[in-house]
Write a protein that binds this ligand. Sequence first.
Ligand code: COA
Ligand code: NAP
Length: 278
Amino acid sequence: MNEDDTCLETYKHFFARDLLRNKVAFITGGGSGICFRIAEIFMRHQCNVVIASRKLERVESAAKKLRDATGQRCLAVQLDVRNPTDVNVAIEKAIKEFGKIDILVNGAAGNFLCPASNLTANGFKTVISIDTLGTFNVSKAIYDKWMMEHGGTIINITATLHYTGVPMQMHAGAAKAAIEAMSRHLAVEWGPNIRINCIAPGPIERTEGFRRLGGASAVKDAYQETIPLQRFGTREEIANACLYFASDVSSYTTGATLVVDGGSWMTSGTPMKTFSKL
Ligand code: COA
Ligand code: NAP
């Protein structure tokens, strides 16, 4: 596991500590990065959590850290979101353990930098299969096995890549755009008891996504200057935003996307500090 995937030493509760009391969340990709922190912050609000990804060792080690830090229950399950059989088995295990699933966070994703001119059909298909089809597979299975009858809330983690057509990201932008469209369709079809919303993170430091997309390179300082809030985001800021959609605070919101990016998509490529001196 990456050394960044550790629990917080201190956490300030902006919402009530019992915001998610007796709730159960199923979080794909919860063994690392942004979704590890979403699991932690949900648990710090008294939620019990299932974290799921391909590497069982990774989710088991993460689950132990999460249980130790929060005192809540956390179950680790193996699944490849591309494989409906895996998904069904994992969801059955989760329901057997906790009796229900109130909240789903679709965070599993795959990405790499690649110009469209070099991308193979299988490279494109792989990212679409993990992000878009994976989000559908897990949402549909949880809908069938629990939410259709009992209701719930689904949060899909997208991105802002497709808002401006970020280069070398056609595959990921297309995958995330499709998830945002899917969320609106499902919000219409699956109301009134199920709400489906998206969180679109900007550049979030100390994550695999950030490292893969050049965050650690020389581009970093120049890029930071282009962001209206003049800094990169934290995993905690994404997790806190997820609390809003996970809880009844957002009870009249469905089919929405909350952008949590310091305003960066609006100024992408604009040197803010230079401009502010003019
Ligand atoms: N550039 C271009 N194409 C790439 C690539 C890269 N950096 N990495 C993988 N691909 C292509 C492969 O060449 C292959 O296509 P091909 O058969 O035509 O050659 C296709 O993608 C599948 O690669 P494979 O390694 O078999 O996929 P996988 O299913 O084992 O892994 C990935 C999926 C590639 C997305 C892998 O990076 C992954 O597991 N990522 C998870 C973590 C992550 O991306 N985190 C950031 C989230 S924002
Ligand atoms: P990360 O740590 O690499 O998270 C991706 C997770 O998905 C991993 O835990 C991985 O675990 C899991 N995963 C990948 N393929 C899977 C599959 N086929 N089946 C099941 N699980 C799979 O990266 P991150 O940067 O925190 O990204 C988390 C989410 O935020 C992603 O949706 C990403 O697109 C989004 N996002 C991130 C940023 C950023 O700046 N980091 C910006 C915008 C959006 P396994 O390897 O064990 O399967």
